[in-house]
Ligand binder design. Structure first.
Ligand SMILES: [Zn+2]
Ligand SMILES: [Zn+2]
Length: 349
């Protein structure tokens, strides 16, 4: 078995150009996404663990998207792939869950001043600020009973867990570099209500290449936002957040991606879920791109001609996700379980 797998995607540049005007950024032939962190994969030099991180190299930029669940495993995998963290254009932290952030301390040990985009959250872990007018004042109190002796700063800043790091918090969908957009959405799912999440959309001549972390706001909502940039969705990679979803919900979302948004290729990983891997594989066939830890997904001109091996869904290489998330409910697991037990086992599990 090969130690590392390179998958090639995308139709040739000429066929995309023939379909209409080219709107995206210039995509170099060596554009690629490398999966640095996930709980499944074939590369024996990489460690498998729950969480997500990927390096995307596109339009001359090297962008680290999320940093995995464990600093040391992240460092091992970065080293195994020979990724130079001192030479990044920026980092994106998709959301505040630790399975996407824990490797940041390793990134900062190598590159302490790197720009880090993260979602803006009130009093959040990435730092935030508010005008001091937000709190009610009572001028009848003596100064020693008043906040800041009654003279608050105009803007109150709230700290971050990584003091000194170069965070830029993102409030709304923002094009951070030509053709490279951070889509900012908010989850309304029970268990993660009000969680803010960033997804990365690159508008290429072949359509949008969309990298998602955990899709807590809903993969279909993220794709809808990406389609507003360019209705042609070329590839979605990352976590679709269906790890505990029932079959009918999975079927709905797979149909939405395939038939409504006409997504061309999917490279699901992380919290997508095993039954969703299977459903996507059935629906997308050879447009399902296997993307375990260590996989590099090439895209850009000429990549289609070099298309690699078939996206076999190899059961022995996909580890069981169910033992994760037992204690909290970030995946809606408990909710799905209670729904299931109400339907089939009134006495519960
Ligand atoms: Zn999450
Ligand atoms: Zn996650």
């Amino acid at each position: 078995m090969k130690l590392s797998t390179t998958m090639f995607i995308v139709a040739a540049f000429s066929s995309a150009a023939a379909m209409g005007p080219v709107t995206g950024v210039a995509v170099a032939a060596d554009s690629q996404i490398t999966i640095l962190y996930d709980a499944f994969g074939k590369d024996t030099a990489m460690r498998r663990d729950w969480g997500f991180s990927a390096l995307i190299e596109v339009a001359g930029k090297r962008i680290l998207f999320d940093t995995g669940n464990d600093r040391d495993i992240f460092a091992t995998n970065v080293k195994a792939k020979g990724v130079d963290l001192s030479n990044l254009d920026f980092v994106v932290l998709s959301h505040r869950h630790s399975d996407h952030m824990a490797g940041l301390s390793h990134v900062l040990s190598v590159n302490p001043k790197v720009k880090i985009y993260a979602p803006r959250e009130g009093f959040g872990i990435f730092g935030s600020s508010l005008p001091s007018s937000f709190y009610r004042k009572d001028e009848s109190l003596p100064p020693q009973m008043r906040y800041y002796d009654g003279k608050p700063p105009e803007v109150m800043t709230f700290g971050t867990a990584w003091q000194g790091a170069n965070f830029e918090v993102i409030e709304k969908t923002t094009e951070v570099a030509p053709g490279i957009t951070l889509i900012a959405l908010v989850s309304d799912a029970p268990g993660t209500r009000e969680l803010r999440e960033l997804s990365l959309a690159v508008d290429t001549p072949d359509g949008v290449v969309l990298l998602v972390g955990c899709s807590h706001p809903g993969i279909e909502k993220i794709v809808e936002a990406a389609a507003a940039i360019n209705p042609k969705i070329h590839l979605i990679a990352g976590g679709f957040h269906l790890v505990a979803a029932p079959d009918d919900a999975i079927a709905n979302i797979v149909a939405t991606l395939k038939d409504t948004f006409r997504v061309e290729n999917v490279a699901p990983g992380h919290c997508t879920g095993e039954p969703t891997f299977a459903a996507l594989k059935r629906a997308f066939g050879n447009r399902y791109i296997y993307a375990g830890v260590g996989t590099s997904l090439s895209f850009g001109p000429g990549a289609g001609e070099r298309r690699g091996e078939g996206p076999a869904l190899e059961q022995d290489e996909i580890i069981t996700y169910r033992r994760f998330a037992r204690h909290e409910d970030p995946f809606g697991l408990l909710q799905a379980r209670s729904l299931r037990s109400r339907l089939s086992q009134p006495q519960g599990e």
